[in-house]
Design a protein around this ligand. Structure first.
Ligand code: ADP
Ligand code: ASP
Ligand code: MG
Length: 483
């Protein structure tokens, strides 16, 4: 019989310094003693942001600024390395590996500064250096506990398309490569520590999976290796009823369904990358969210069905930094293809459309995109509708940047009477103005658009209205209804 396999991912704060890395290594070692374990690691906290900053400085021609940032990254890893390993000759081996990665980083920045040009491909190469630095450190910390371990770069394992900055995995090839490379290591008693966040095209060109993408790396590898479970170790005790930074009474939810968790992630709950659950849906692999700072706590289990709370509200979330774009004017009534052209344009630039609303007079189509996608979307729409704008068939392409989307999430919620009423009642109590509403056909969420500054009062009022501070502990009766 094969021994159970856990793929465990450690986020940036869970490998944020030597102490955290040592704690992560202990968790890995414990899992490897009980079964088989593959670790996936993020960059140390703050590193990816610093690298992106370095790339931007280089693009602006600020070579010395960019190289100084790389130096700071070196210092952060050097101090963790010195604190983690006792033996200087062991340190020297790891240091050589880190230096090789850092030298690549400096060269990328120098080239960028020289050309004052930063392609998405180069941005991927620079922004992923953090994972390539943290994996050897975590692997070394595991070895320090007397176990065998090898740091692997996911360019060898995760095969993706060539969409730099948000690549998609090609699962068949990923499966073949991951099994060929990782299973022999596991069978030989060694613990693979894999870089999160990155992959490579079939030709070997490095790509990244998007910000926060190490969660996705973990489930991609979990599915590719037929893991028994995936555990995402982070800095909170699981999926909470709301972002605890915004709602202090938020509670940990013991069990939640794939659908609910995906909906929360899609609507901005940072605890999970929006695509995290996709790879595991087919095989039904459970995903745990747990706190690496309190490993004795059970965390949240994400399962195909979740634990029913009888169609009630499970959690709230919000996406800030949304831009509302509207395409319209009286002239669009006679232009039947405006909707089609609008959304083929958003698809072409791969803008993530978060919510769509069309007024019944057909004067206006409005939709929300992440603010980071806004300028490329508007440019592309202006190009697409240039003729129509010139001839006043389309009167305007309007942009409203300070918007947020709030989502109320729970399985089968929309079939439960009164939830929409309670939701909007809570907004009325908090004095929050609703700009647009989208319940859609999804049974799992009600989402609406408000001004960004109203997010916190909106969430707090909703949390109170649905008594979510108690809900995590309530059990439905035989009819699935909560008291
Ligand atoms: P990591 O670095 O481990 O990937 P992230 O910062 O990406 O961690 O995600 C964890 C953070 O997500 C938490 O610190 C918390 O502030 C935030 N968060 C937002 N919404 C939720 C939620 N519903 N439940 C738990 N955490 C949430
Ligand atoms: N280090 C990457 C980021 O900060 C990926 C991750 O942490 O998941 O976006
Ligand atoms: Mg994250």
């Amino acid at each position: 019989m094969t021994r159970r396999l856990q793929v465990m991912k450690f986020g940036g704060t869970s490998v944020g310094n030597a102490e955290c890395i040592a704690r992560a290594a202990k968790i890995v070692a414990q899992s490897a003693r009980e079964g088989r374990c593959v670790a996936v690691v993020s960059a140390m906290s703050g590193v990816t942001n610093r690298l992106i900053e370095a790339a931007r400085m280089a693009e602006a021609g600020n070579r010395s600024g960019a190289l100084a940032s790389i130096e700071e990254v070196r210092a952060q890893h050097e101090s963790a390395l010195n604190a983690l390993l006792e033996d200087e000759s062991e340190r020297a081996g790891v240091r050589a590996r880190l230096e090789a990665v850092l030298a690549e980083g400096s060269r990328f920045c120098e080239g960028t500064a020289l050309l004052r040009e930063l392609s998405l491909r180069t941005m991927d190469a620079i922004s992923s250096l953090g994972e390539r630095l943290s994996a050897p450190l975590v692997s070394a910390a595991v070895k320090e506990l007397g176990l065998r371990s090898e740091a692997l770069e996911a360019t060898e394992l995760i095969v993706t398309d060539e969409y730099h900055g948000g690549a998609e995995p090609q699962m068949e090839q990923t499966r073949a490569r991951s099994q060929a490379r990782i299973l022999p290591l596991l069978n030989g008693g060694s613990i693979p520590v894999v870089t999160g966040f990155l992959g490579a095209t079939p030709e070997g060109e490095l790509t990244t999976l998007g910000r926060g993408g190490s969660d996705y790396s973990a489930t991609i590898l979990g599915a590719a290796l037929d893991a028994d479970e995936v555990i995402i170790w982070t800095d909170v005790e699981g999926v909470l009823t709301a972002d605890p930074r915004l709602v202090t009474e938020a509670q940990t939810i013991p069990e939640i369904s794939y659908r609910e968790a995906a909906e929360l992630a899609y609507f901005g709950a940072k605890v999970l990358h929006p695509k995290t659950l996709r790879p595991v849906v087919q095989a039904g692999i459970p995903v745990w969210i747990r706190n690496s700072f309190a490993p004795e706590k059970p965390g949240t289990k994400i399962t195909p069905q979740g634990q029913s709370i009888g169609g009630g509200v499970k959690a709230l979330t919000a996406i800030r930094d949304v831009t509302l774009i509207s395409v319209g004017g009286p002239g669009i009534v006679g232009l039947p293809d405006v909707v089609g052209r609008t959304f083929s344009t958003t698809a072409e630039v791969r803008a993530n459309v978060l919510l769509i609303s069309q007024s019944s007079s057909q004067n206006d189509i409005c939709f929300g995109v992440s603010s980071s996608d806004a300028s490329k979307t508007v440019d592309a729409l202006r190009k697409e509708f240039a003729q129509d704008l010139a001839h006043h068939k389309v009167e305007h392409i309007r942009v409203d940047p300070h918007i947020a989307i709030v989502a109320v999430v729970g399985q089968n919620m929309c079939g439960t009477p009164g939830i929409a009423g309670k939701t909007f009642n809570a907004m009325g109590k908090a004095g929050v103005n609703l700009i647009a509403i989208a319940q859609g056909s999804s049974e799992t969420n009600i989402s609406f658009v408000i001004e960004e500054q109203s997010v916190v009062p909106a969430l707090r009022s909703l949390h109170r209205e649905f008594a979510l501070h108690k809900s995590a502990h309530r059990i439905p009766n035989a009819q699935g209804v909560l008291d």
